[in-house]
Design a protein around this ligand. Structure first.
Ligand code: 5AD
Ligand code: SF4
Length: 486
């Protein structure tokens, strides 16, 4: 799913799909111990919080290790083949564990559940439970079926389900930043992408429930929310996909209006969002970002390729010129906005010239960071049916290397430009390397590390940047006297 990534700036294929293990060291209830592992995009992590919300209401407690659990759930990703392979390996390991621990239930959630359906249950006998992204409400009754000796599966996709009324249980324990899903599914049918098949049709969530969730998070001490959707720019409430009003008695809400409402929850609640789509991102959205200090100046705008013919084959709905027009609009309306992107190399029929066009577009935009991938053919997609996956692996690898190398140059250049400036940073916790250092992001989403002094997680602090790597800025906190914040 487009651009819904976790953390790191320059990610190659290998790093995507890494598992994050969810911990809760609370009291354990016999027979109701859940171990939940999430793979892939931010949307999956957000879904896992919905799953935890549903199951904890039904008496489950999460445990930090699979060896302690009686229910193991893997929330899976299908975006590229290697993400699926990683999960399969994990399932093989659990298959042996099942032999030693009778009664242990293993379930697959998310995109692989949807894609592989009964195959996992029947042919490969790897799991007891297969539940697609729109069927999580059914989890308690499906688990009950398994307890009664049946295999259980529900992979029905819905046109309505948004889990708007479910209170997600926050599993990422930093207590400072949280995800809020604002929509589900995708209607775009980019030809390389499996998401429309695994997550179904696009639907938007009630804006009241979104604002309420942001208010509750703020009241609980959170200071940053990230609004999530496969294509946030096509968020629409009370409108059909063609833009007609559904219920005349109610207001319609588009993404710019939603941003406006969430930004008003509290001036010190930061708002981020992901992912924007170049074909749908309006100047209205950009003006709303510019209008509010607390909407972060950072846009993830996946380009995929810098060549118009290639973009047509990818069914992206825009040309190179249209994309550059959107970039220029960002530069004009939000001059200090950071921009990141997603790039696929080696898509069907990619010529050397088309690849060069991607590199030349990167040189024009100079992205602050990027997520870059080799094309991986996915079953059922338009590309699988219409085109040949004909770029040799060696060529894909070389092109990916070129793209990554260029991006690293740009990331370093972008970070070097920040040295000497002072930024407002929201402190997320200790740095990875030392408990004497804190870290947090600036509005532009760059991680800044600085000595701890007496500052604490969840506070805003002004940090002067003195040095950098291609991924991180380094600096020290400066006095709280008014400083010019970039
Ligand atoms: N192969 C490689 N990369 C893909 N992406 C989506 N589908 C594929 C695929 N089949 C990438 C796109 C998208 C990001 C989340 O994953 O760049 O924006
Ligand atoms: Fe993103 Fe396109 Fe996939 Fe939709 S179909 S999730 S817009 S890459």
């Amino acid at each position: 799913m487009e651009g819904l990534h976790t953390g790191n700036k320059v990610l190659d294929e290998e790093r995507q799909g890494e598992a994050t293990i969810i911990e809760d060291k609370g009291n354990l209830i016999e027979g109701k111990r859940l171990y939940l592992e999430s793979y892939g995009c931010q949307m999956n992590f957000s879904d896992s919080e919905v799953v935890a919300g549903i199951l904890m209401k039904n008496g489950y407690k999460t445990v930090p290790q699979d060896s302690q659990a009686d229910l193991i759930l893997l929330n899976t990703c299908s975006i590229r083949e290697n993400a699926e392979q990683r999960v399969r390996k994990r399932l093989q390991a659990f298959k042996s564990a099942k032999k030693e621990r009778p009664g242990l239930i293993v379930g697959v959630l998310g995109c692989m559940a949807e894609r592989l359906k009964k195959k996992l249950l029947e042919e490969e006998k790897l799991v007891d439970l297969v539940v697609g992204p729109d069927a999580y409400r059914e989890l308690p009754s499906l688990i009950e079926e398994v307890h009664q000796g049946h295999k259980a599966v529900n992979v029905l996709l819905s046109r309505e389900e948004t889990y708007a009324d479910i209170s997600p249980v926050r599993l990422d324990k930093n207590g400072v930043s949280a995800f809020i899903s604002i929509m589900r599914g995708c209607d775009n049918m980019c030809s390389f992408c499996v998401v429309p098949f695994t997550r179904g049709r696009e639907r938007s969530r009630d804006p009241e429930s979104i604002v309420k969730e942001a208010e509750e998070l703020y009241a609980n001490g959170y200071r940053e929310v990230t609004l999530l959707g496969q294509n946030v720019d096509s968020y629409k409430w009370n409108m059909t996909s063609k833009g007609r009003v559904k219920d005349e008695s109610k207001p319609t809400v588009n993404f710019a209006q939603l941003l406006d409402r969430v930004a008003q929850v509290a001036p010190d609640l930061r708002i981020r969002f992901s992912t924007s789509h170049p074909k749908d991102m309006t100047d209205d959205v950009l003006h709303t970002i510019a209008k509010y200090e607390n909407i972060c100046n950072y846009i993830h705008l996946p380009v995929q390729s810098g060549n118009t013919e290639m973009l047509k084959r990818m069914n992206r709905g825009y040309s190179r010129e249209w994309y550059m027009n959107r970039i220029e609009a960002i530069w004009r309306i939000i001059p200090d906005c950071a921009i990141s992107t997603d790039i696929i190399v080696g898509f069907c029929g990619e010529t050397e010239q088309e690849h060069e066009d991607t590199l030349s577009l990167m040189r024009k935009v100079e992205y602050d960071f990027a997520y870059m991938f080799n094309y991986s053919e996915r079953p059922r997609t338009l590309a699988e049916r219409k085109f040949e996956d004909d770029v040799p692996t060696e060529v894909k690898k070389r092109r990916l290397r070129e793209v990554i190398d260029l991006q690293q140059e740009h990331s370093l250049k972008s970070n070097k430009k920040q040295v000497g400036k002072t930024f407002e940073v929201l402190i997320e916790g200790f740095s990875k390397k030392s408990d004497q250092e804190l870290c947090g992001r600036n509005s532009q989403n760059t991680m800044i590390v600085f000595p701890k002094e007496n500052y604490k997680k969840g506070q805003y602090v002004h940090v002067e940047v003195t040095d950098c790597t291609s991924a991180t800025l380094l600096g020290h906190a400066v006095s709280k006297e008014p400083v010019e914040v970039v």
